[in-house]
Design a protein around this ligand. Sequence first.
Ligand code: HEC
Length: 139
Amino acid sequence: MRLLTACFLLAACSNPIPTPTGTVCPDPDPGDLTYENFGKPFMENYCTMCHLSTLPRSQRHGAPIYHDYDSLRGVLETPDHIDEQAGSGPDADNMLMPPDRCPSEPGGALNVSCKVPTEDERKHLALWIACERTRPHTF
Ligand code: HEC
């Protein structure tokens, strides 16, 4: 309990449960983090070997269906969940995703340790999601 309280106060420990990071996109949107320069490479580095729209359920290693991050549209279908699982911000430092073991290629065996985003990348993830969800999209 004391540890949890300390983590809460410091906001520096990883959260054991999914927690909204409380990240707000500045107004005006600085526009520096985009799907092309950040979101897409982030998802490809850390997430899409499981969260891939072309993978059938049997090859997703438990990644829920409708959580597909190989397109901007897919990301924007569950922005809160992504923030709560992998984002870092003023209220939480979420490190639940990616898990420990990963396939070296989508659908393959869990044969490698998952690559883990840096703290800065998690902050950028939360900020990018917060901004991207307010931008106009045609889908
Ligand atoms: C090794 C495969 C794998 C990788 C890589 C992976 N995930 Fe997951 N993901 C899972 C599994 C398994 C679950 C279900 C976990 C559970 O229900 O406890 C899950 C669940 C989720 C959920 C849904 C939680 C909910 O609300 O139901 C989100 C969001 C998510 N992952 C985001 C990500 C993000 C973002 C990344 C990259 C940083 C990532 N995942 C990388 C396997 C993976």
